[in-house]
Design a protein around this ligand. Structure first.
Ligand SMILES: [Mg+2]
Length: 346
């Protein structure tokens, strides 16, 4: 099996601001696995260092080790190859790239889409939230209005950045009473700040707050003190986070879970102890988004997923656009046809 590794830089239309910092350009690593019949499977690593602490250099180093293993492989036994790579690589974002490429290739060899390989009955469209990128009041309100007009039923805004109360009030005024508004502090608040701010934001009417404080123990404590539903995101990767239910929900990501296989395993564990599970991207490219859509077909999350992020990129038409607040999994075998073209644009 021949393995390609390629770094792709993709600019965002505007800087994306969150509690962890700001990003203007994404560095994505595309992995290709080529079988002896000339078929190719593609996967993607989408590390976001200010957010997850994983650098592109870390990912490239780990992928070189996986390449050695895969190059020696004679046949495609996806689970076995992935297990070997998991032993060689401790960076889940790197493992995710291999996992996605192997699922894509398996689908191409079988002539079937990944959602079918995962046992889903149909490629049902996945309900997604709109992520508000603007950190100013007028910009956020304008985005909320456009998202509502486009048919989104759930809006998500970062908090812990600037004038949260004023911005969220403006978003609610434009969104109307029926749209869900989700916020994400990315762990930026202390327990006292979270208590105070969630009280101030109460009139906005929040669907939930993702990662209000840092660590599942603090989130569990906060959860016993506030009426707002809380969700683990960053803290979901801490050992023990999914052993029992710490709060209402957990947000899972393809990259952080080590790919589709790891994500489905984490979702099973989380649901078993009573978490509500939904999925999101870390500003992934279309291969990562497609992987999450296929996984969502199998999981059928009850809440909107944070997968409508490809429209944030500049100069690259969105191959998986949301329509009326939903995204359909791509058509074709494997992860889907034509996704790689997005990465080839400069
Ligand atoms: Mg989050």
């Amino acid at each position: 099996m021949r393995v390609g590794i390629e770094l792709v830089r993709a600019r965002l239309r505007a800087p994306f601001v969150a509690g962890w910092g700001e990003v203007e350009e994404r560095e994505l690593v595309v992995v290709s696995v080529h079988d002896s019949a000339g078929r190719v499977g593609y996967g993607e690593a989408a590390p976001l260092e200010p957010y997850d602490g994983v650098s592109v250099e870390d990912v490239l180093g780990e992928l070189e080790r996986c390449r050695e293993l895969l190059t020696r492989a004679r046949a495609l036994d996806r689970a076995e190859l992935l297990a070997q790579c998991a032993e060689a690589s401790v960076v889940p974002q790197a493992l995710a790239a291999v996992d996605l490429a192997l699922w894509d290739l398996a689908g191409r060899e079988a002539g079937r889409p990944v959602w079918a390989l995962l046992g889903a009955a149909a490629p049902d469209p996945v309900t997604v939230n709109y992520t508000i990128a603007a950190s100013d009041r007028a910009g956020a309100a304008a985005e909320a209005g456009a998202a509502r007009a486009a048919g989104f039923r759930c809006l998500k805004a970062k908090v812990g950045v600037g004038d949260d109360a004023g911005r969220l009030a403006a978003v609610r005024a434009v969104a109307g009473p029926e749209l869900a508004i989700r916020v994400d502090a990315n762990g930026a608040w202390s327990l006292a700040e979270a208590l105070a701010t969630l009280r101030v934001l109460a009139p906005v009417g929040l669907e939930l707050c993702e990662e209000p404080v840092r660590g599942y123990e603090e989130i569990e404590r906060l959860s016993s003190l506030v009426g707002v539903r809380l969700a683990l995101d960053e803290s979901a990767e801490q050992a023990g986070a999914l052993d029992r239910r710490r709060c209402h929900a957990v947000c899972l990501k393809v990259g952080r879970c080590g790919g589709i296989s790891g994500l489905l395993a984490a979702a099973r564990r989380a649901r078993k102890v009573g978490y509500d599970v939904y999925l999101a991207s870390a500003l992934d490219g279309p291969l990562g988004i497609a992987a999450a859509l296929h996984a969502a077909c199998s999981l059928a999350p009850a809440r909107a997923c944070g997968l409508a992020t490809l429209s944030m990129f500049a100069g690259r038409p969105d191959p998986l656009p949301a329509r009326a607040g939903q995204i359909a999994p791509p058509t074709g075998a494997g992860l889907g046809d034509g996704l790689i073209d997005w990465y080839r644009r400069s």
